[in-house]
Design a protein around this ligand. Structure first.
Ligand SMILES: Nc1ncnc2c1ncn2[C@@H]1O[C@H](COP(=O)(O)OP(=O)(O)O)[C@@H](O)[C@H]1O
Ligand SMILES: [Mg+2]
Length: 302
């Protein structure tokens, strides 16, 4: 873990996030900051469940049907914790459908039927309710969608206020940490109370990332998060993903193959609703196992 990374994590994070997801470090005195939080039994229990699985997301024969037509079909995938997985493929091949399945979003879609199994952090997705799943699995969309009538500050804490019941006294700290992590803090720290709408598109997207981070999920889904942004904002977001993957699992849909190559550890290629290949990113881009993948990454179609 780098010093730079540690500097960006405050005590609140250590208690709320780091200890809870990396219980092995609770044995390191550096991380024991609060008696109130550290419950050894819970940490030991969690340690054993985390040791069992380094897998954040696993699907078995996952299909999503829209009016009897498959959006995705029989997807079997294991996604490693604390890594970045890029989902690539031509338009209409099921990338968003796959992502949306991972936090129950098809519940909101009439005529969508999900079949097969989804395991999130060691538990079948049906064992979570829709609030719990969104605490564990955050989502960032293509078009930045801050709440237009709220200030920057209120946008960051909006998820906490709605569902989490954190103590108000922690809000300032959470806002600062989340904005530091999303790379926006220095640009907005003196004007947290102004409307989120006065920010540029790139800043709004980093605000949406901060809003997602504030809830401290374990998995962050991003559906083409930079496709509407300029290259500088894009580079900022890619840098945040790179720094944060030590404590979060990212699954990011991107149309931009350079981006997939830059930010991801693993790449999954979807074509016509099927998962064609899921390998290390270096393998996918240098010696793909499947001919279909090769045709796509060399620009023969798509
Ligand atoms: N809400 C929906 N209703 C009907 N069909 C849908 C819906 N969402 C996606 N689809 C269909 O599922 C397929 C996969 O779409 P999508 O996951 O959005 O692709 P991608 O994100 O790769 O562009 C497409 O054929 C699309 O038309
Ligand atoms: Mg899509």
């Amino acid at each position: 873990m780098t010093n730079e990374f540690l500097n960006n994590i405050n005590e609140y994070d250590l208690k709320e996030k780091y200890l809870s997801t990396n219980p092995e470090d609770s044995e390191n005195p550096v991380f024991i900051k609060s008696e109130e939080y550290v419950n050894k039994d819970a940490a030991v229990q969690e340690k054993s469940s985390h040791e069992k699985s380094a897998i954040a997301v696993s699907t078995t024969n996952l299909s999503v049907w829209f009016n009897d037509k498959p959006g995705i079909e029989n997807v079997n995938i294991n996604i490693k914790k604390d890594s970045v997985t890029a989902i690539i493929g031509p338009s209409g091949c099921g990338k968003s459908t796959f992502l949306r399945a991972l936090n129950f979003m098809h519940d909101l879609t009439p005529n969508a039927v999900v079949t097969g199994e989804i395991n999130i952090l060691g538990k079948d997705i049906t064992e979570y309710n829709s609030i719990d799943i969104r605490k564990k699995v955050g989502m960032v969309f293509q078009k930045p969608n801050p709440f237009p009538t709220m200030s920057i500050y209120d946008n960051v804490i909006s998820g906490l206020k709605l569902n989490w019941g954190h103590k108000k006294g922690l809000y300032d700290e959470i806002v600062e940490t989340s904005l530091v992590q999303s790379g926006l803090w220095n640009e907005v720290k003196d004007r947290l109370k102004i409307s989120a709408y006065s920010l540029s598109g790139g800043q709004q997207q980093r605000l949406c990332i901060a809003r997602t981070l504030a809830v401290k999920p374990e998995i962050i889904l991003m559906d083409e998060p930079t496709s509407a942004l300029d290259p500088i904002s894009t580079a900022g977001i890619e840098a945040s993903i790179h720094d944060l993957k030590k404590i979060y699992t990212f699954i990011i849909v991107t149309h931009n193959m350079q981006q997939a190559a830059r930010v991801s550890d693993f790449t999954a290629y979807f074509y016509l609703g099927k998962l064609i290949e899921h390998s290390k990113t270096s393998t996918v881009f240098t010696k793909p196992k499947e001919k279909l993948t090769e045709e796509y990454i060399t620009g023969k179609f798509g």
